[in-house]
Structure formats: C-alpha cells, structure tokens
Design a protein around this ligand. Structure first.
Ligand code: UDX
Length: 429
C-alpha cells in the first residue's frame, strides 16, 4: 500500500484483517515511526484497534522503504493524495506519477498495480506508460479500483461496501483482484468489473451525483423557508420513492470535506478538456460555494442584522461529525463571514480544534460546549456531533446572553425550542 493516509491506512488495515499480508509504505518518516509505535495519525473510529490487532498478528507492517515491499508484492495499491492543483482545480497527479516510477524500479514477477487514489480519467494509461518507460521488461497490469469509503465510517464502508469497482480488461489482473476482495464477495457485496476509464469516471460521477443530491435538497430548503414548508417532510416524502432514495437528503450548510469539493472541480476540468460540459455539476459547485457564506449571513440576520462586537458561539467545526478533518468545512466560511461583520467567535468541537487552529484566526476555543456559549448572543450548530443533540436546552438558554439558536443541521425540534423561549432558526423549516 503506497501512501498511508486516510485511504491507504484504512484499506491496508482492512486488507490485513481479511488475512492478507500488507505493508503500508509512506515517505513521511515521522508518520511511519508513529505508526510503528502504535500511534494512529488520523481520527477514525475503530482504526487503532484494527491496526494494532493486525500488527500483532504479523499481517500488517509499516515502512518508508518502498523497494522491498513492492518486490514481494502480488499487488501494489497506489493510495497517495491527489489534491486540487493550485490555480486550475485539476487533480495534482505528481504523487501518483512519482509513485508509479518508483514502483517500476522494484517490480519482480507479475504484479498488479492498483490505482486506489481518486484520479482523472486516463491516469491509468499514464501510469502504465510511466511504468513501461521506466521498466520495459516488467510484467504488470494497471487496474483502477476507486475507494468509496466515508470518513468517520471508513472501516464499516470498506468492509461492507455497496459495491467494489474494478476497472481492467486483463484477465490475470482481474483474477488477482477477485482474490484480494474474495471476503467481500462472500459477504455479498457486488464486485463490478468494467473498463479502466469507466472505473476512473465512476468515482467522480458518484461523488458529483451525491454532491448534486445534497445541493438539490439545500435549494429546496431555501424554497421551503419562503413557502412555509418543512424540508424534512419534503425529503422524507421524496426519499421514500426508491428511485430517489432517502440518503443524502439532509439539508444543511453545504457540503465540505476532502472529496466532494475537490472531485467536483476535477470532474469539471476533465469535462473542459474533453469538451463535454457538465452544466449540472457546474451549477452545483457554484451553488454550494455561495451557500457557505450565505449561512454566515443567516446567522447575522437571526441576531437582528448587526453583529458588530457581539459574541457568537459556534458548535461543530469539522466538515462532518466523527472526524477531525477541517478541509473545506462550511464552518470556515460561516465563521469568516461572522468575523468580517465584526463578531467575536467562541467555538467548540469535540475533535477538530487542533486542525481548526490552522485555518481559522481569532477564534476562542473551549474544551466543552457549555463554556463556549456563556454570554454569547447566538448559538450556531454547524456540525451535528452527537453530543450536541443531547444538550440541556434549559441550561443553554440560561447561559446565552440572548436566546437565539441557529441550527444549520436541523438537530433540534423547532416546537420544543420555541416553547423554551428560543428564537429558533433552522434550515428549510
Ligand atoms: C464522500 C463520499 O461519501 C465517499 O463515498 C467518498 O469516498 C469520499 O467522499 P466524505 O467526504 O467522507 O465521503 O463525507 P460524506 O459523509 O459523504 O459527507 C460529505 C459532506 O456532505 C459533508 O460536509 C456532509 O455534512 C455533507 N452532507 C452529506 C450533507 O450536507 N447532507 C447529506 O445529506 C449528506
């Protein structure tokens, strides 16, 4: 497993748990030293136990030395980062190509190189070309096997996926991959085989569709607010239609994270390159970008339009619960909008404070939610961590300087909040 980040580490640990022998490689010496010492560099429920158990059983190990790991392997997974390239939004493939070159130098015997990183259509061809140019004699195949796991539910998603996508038309490679994924096939997860380019595009199309679904319900929520309907009723009403499906219809402050924003942009770049415009995805990206700041303005409106020198308490900073990931989190734009309008921000997040400190300035952080809301003139829920659902609302009201509750995730019942004397402002309700 080349790259021991989110996808690499989770996939590596899960493959080891299937009974395979896995070596996780990373260039970052500190990360590998930490992993060897039993420390997990990311926050992901259940991952530490899975890693330590498989290390103890001798099936999972860590190294910075790519060569020997590759030489021994039947399959080499590329799971390095593909961030958005600065300036043009294209996926930055330099880590993928560097890995391909390095892998090529150490290949022995027939080896399947599997692209697990999210990479634009045609990357598999380029990886193949690089390996062939570096090691003309090497016996290998390049396969696309995109990963669909969600942060916070990564192990469950990996072990019980809706499907596994394998893109290759090489029978030998397909046989190796079928073997690797056999435990999932036995567990009845569909293993879908297709062309390599189709597999590469499947990942982008999947994420773009999900981003579209969220953005669709978010705009319906805006309409609900105007016409006096509850978006949760509408979402349930449409979601029960099997053709639509109930998932990913939670209206909120806009999607964030390490995948949707980056992958939708990369898809648009591919669309541009191939002159096949994706107007729906273009609209989704624009609507979602605007929405995040609009959420800040919603808070300002809720406190009466002038927020200068007022203190606002923000609960939840990460882009979703059960992660410490702040990448493209709506909280960033919400907080910056409030600060631009002169507000002081007090914040609490169960896991994200350390990451938040790197991207947000002039925020006062608190270790627990009640301390963060003392004296604030509004309480804003940006991320729906479970412990916020269970807050004692009477205590909340007694701590706030003004009982304004802006619930950007619709986690509280409006009627109960109003009964308690809050000015309640949800999404699409
Ligand atoms: C996503 C995909 O789900 C996963 O398949 C892919 O491999 C990587 O990208 P992830 O980024 O971990 O996973 O998070 P996800 O749970 O999908 O949420 C993404 C964003 O959408 C979050 O900001 C979340 O709050 C938001 N969201 C999700 C909504 O606003 N409403 C919803 O109904 C669902």
């Amino acid at each position: 497993m080349i790259g021991s980040g989110y996808v690499g580490l989770v996939s590596g640990a899960c493959f080891a748990d299937f009974g395979h022998t896995v070596v996780c490689v990373d260039k970052d010496e500190r990360k590998i030293a930490a992993l060897k010492g039993g420390a997990i560099p990311i926050f992901e429920p259940g991952l530490d136990r899975l890693v330590s158990e498989n290390v103890r059983r001798g099936r999972l190990s860590f190294t910075t030395d790519l060569g020997p790991a590759v030489a021994e392997a039947d399959a080499v997974f590329i799971a390095v980062g593909t961030p958005s390239r600065r300036g043009d939004g294209h996926a930055d493939l330099s880590y993928v190509f560097a890995a391909a070159e390095e892998i090529a130098r150490s290949l022995t015997g027939y080896t399947v190189i599997v692209d697990k990183s999210t990479v634009p259509v045609g990357t598999g061809d380029e990886v193949e070309r690089i390996i062939h140019a570096t090691a003309p004699e090497a016996d290998f195949a390049v396969v696309s096997n995109p990963e669909f796991l969600r942060e916070g539910a990564a192990i469950e998603d990996f072990k019980r996926p809706d499907r596994v996508v394998i893109g290759s038309d090489d029978p030998r490679a397909l046989a190796v991959l079928r073997d690797i994924y056999r435990p999932l096939a036995i567990g009845r997860s569909p293993i879908v085989e297709m062309g390599r380019r189709a597999a590469e595009l499947t990942k982008y199309a999947g994420n773009a569709f999900l981003a579209t679904k969220i953005t669709f319900i978010n705009e319906i929520a805006d309409l609900c607010e105007k016409v006096g309907a509850d978006v949760q009723d509408v979402a349930r009403g449409i979601g029960l239609d099997n053709r639509i499906g109930a998932k990913f219809l939670h209206a909120g402050p806009g999607y964030g994270g390490s995948c949707f924003p980056k992958d939708t942009l990369a898809l648009l770049k591919t669309a541009q390159d191939y002159e096949a415009p994706q107007r729906i995805v273009e609209a989704v990206v624009g609507v979602n970008d605007n929405r995040k700041r609009a959420m800040g303005r919603k808070v300002i409106a809720a406190v009466g339009g002038d927020i200068r020198d007022k203190t606002v308490c923000v609960l939840g900073l990460t882009f979703k619960p059960n992660t410490d990931d702040m990448r493209d989190s709506p909280a960033i734009a919400v907080i910056q909008t409030l600060q631009d309008a002169g507000a002081h921000v007090h914040a609490h997040d169960p896991e994200g404070t350390e990451q938040a400190q790197k991207v947000l300035e002039n925020v006062t952080y608190f270790d627990e939610p009640y301390a963060a809301m003392e004296g604030a003139e509004a309480l804003v829920i940006v991320t729906e961590w479970d412990n916020f659902r269970a807050l004692d609302l009477k205590r909340v009201k007694s701590l706030l300087a003004a009982p304004v509750l802006v619930d950007l995730r619709n986690i509280y019942p409006r009627a109960r909040c109003e009964e308690l004397g809050f000015t309640y402002c949800g999404i699409g309700r």
